[in-house]
Design a protein around this ligand. Structure first.
Ligand SMILES: C=C(CC[C@@H](C)[C@H]1CC[C@H]2C3=CC[C@H]4[C@H](C)[C@@H](O)CC[C@]4(C)[C@H]3CC[C@]12C)C(C)C
Ligand SMILES: C[S@@+](CC[C@H](N)C(=O)[O-])C[C@H]1O[C@@H](n2cnc3c(N)ncnc32)[C@H](O)[C@@H]1O
Length: 378
């Protein structure tokens, strides 16, 4: 029956195609050719051969048979009440580890090796704008050759490779997720940055480094995962040498957020769920957390509103909405025919939805993923 339906649809298409004039036939052929090339590259071998293909998507450190049950347990850990976030905060670190096993391949496949947003720069493409956002960190920390820097929550290492390459400093990255350690180490070696980088698996609330080890530290869109900001800022303070700087691009709610506005609360709830966040802090709470740990506040600035020459930070997500739909069809297909772990389509669906919530957070202005905080250890 399905075969008959496909064959009749095909015949109707051929009949419609026959009715077109020569120019229209040419245009359809070119469009069809380009669409096929896009799909073949994405499914079998994307342009950047370091990216996983659709057929290579995994559940990270999670056994493929357990992806569905781990995702369901992750989803159940979020409260249904307004603004609740992760109900049992003591499970945050473990849930974040699961979250990154579930999303890391999809992020690399659909976004790249830097798991953050960046302001788009004039006459610069996405990669150049991303690199500039990362290089700003090296400048703020005054890094130079011979120094040792810490990347707190390093993902698969996109930012650490830029920071090491532009500054010549050595960068140690820490992430809670073993799969990310393996990916980051692989990319570092492949890009010739092994001598200037190290990646360790560990909890940034309890880091395996001695007091006063680093000449600078940074966190890009990562400390938002801590159950309490003071816990991670306090650890960073401990491992930094005195006189050195800590820079963070923080995920926070802005002054426009109104906790009595149901729409605002819904947007933030959805952002928390689709991004593995225990809760959302205000920009003021983030500033205060750093000061409470002993840091001097040197700079506090929302980069989302500081400069929007080439459109807002969420434009890349808005532009990608058709690609996300095609991606969803591809992931659902490989999931259904058993070529990807069962449950991966649920993970992808969560990301399709969170893209909309992030755009809503940006459009209403209640949320920013790039509030720059620069602290100094006295
Ligand atoms: C800092 C964090 C992650 C920030 C971003 C890197 C990611 C936030 C939302 C992610 C995505 C949303 C939609 C996905 C799309 C449906 C899929 O087909 C391809 C990947 C996405 C574009 C994905 C990519 C990464 C994000 C933009 C958080 C976790 C603190
Ligand atoms: C959104 S990713 C950002 C990664 C990287 N900074 C980048 O911009 O590409 C957040 C990172 O924080 C890490 N992380 C979250 N909680 C952590 C914890 N308790 N200890 C160590 N790393 C953690 C995650 O594993 C992930 O690597």
């Amino acid at each position: 029956m399905a075969v008959a339906a496909v064959s009749s649809a095909y015949e109707r298409l051929v009949a419609e195609f026959d009715k077109l004039n020569t120019n229209q036939k040419g245009a359809v052929a070119v469009a069809g050719g380009l669409a096929s090339i896009y799909l073949i590259r994405k499914v079998l071998a994307p342009a950047d051969s370091n990216k996983p293909t659709t057929l290579q998507l995994t559940g990270g450190s999670i056994d493929s048979a357990k992806v569905k049950s781990e995702f369901d347990a992750y989803a159940d850990s979020y409260g249904k009440g307004a603004g609740e976030g992760i109900v049992d905060r003591s499970k945050t670190v473990q849930l974040v580890d699961v979250f990154y096993s579930l999303v890391t391949d999809i992020y690399e496949w659909g976004w790249g090796q830097s798991f953050h947003f960046s302001p788009k720069l004039p006459h610069k493409d996405l990669r150049a704008s991303e690199a500039a956002h990362e290089a700003r960190i090296a400048a703020l920390l005054r890094l130079r050759p011979g120094m040792k820097a810490l990347d707190c929550g390093c993902g698969v290492g996109g930012p650490m490779r830029t920071v090491a390459a532009v500054s010549g400093a050595h960068v140690t990255g820490i992430t809670i997720n073993q799969y990310q350690v393996d990916r980051a180490t692989h990319h570092n070696a492949k890009q010739g940055l092994a001598p200037l980088t190290d990646v360790v698996r560990g909890d940034f609330l309890n880091m395996p480094f001695k007091d006063n080890t680093f000449d600078g530290a940074y966190a890009i869109e990562a400390t938002c995962h801590a159950p309490k900001l003071e816990l991670v800022y306090g650890e960073i303070f401990r491992v930094l040498k005195s006189g050195s700087y800590f820079a963070s691009y923080e995920w926070v709610s802005t002054s426009k957020f109104d906790s009595s506005n149901k729409e605002h609360v819904k947007i933030i709830d959805e952002i928390n769920f689709g991004n593995g966040l225990p809760e959302m802090r205000t920009w003021k709470e983030a500033e205060d957390a750093g000061k409470k740990c002993g840091f001097e506040l040197v700079m506090s600035l929302d980069l989302a509103t500081a400069s929007v020459v080439c459109g807002p930070w969420y434009e890349r997500l808005r532009m990608g909405k058709y690609t996300h739909a095609i991606n969803h069809a591809m992931v659902s297909t490989v999931d259904a025919i058993g070529l990807a772990p069962k449950g991966l389509k649920d993970v992808h669906h969560m990301l399709v939805e969170v893209a909309k919530s992030l755009i809503a957070g940006g459009e209403t202005g209640v949320f920013t993923p790039m509030h720059l905080l620069l602290f100094r250890k006295p």
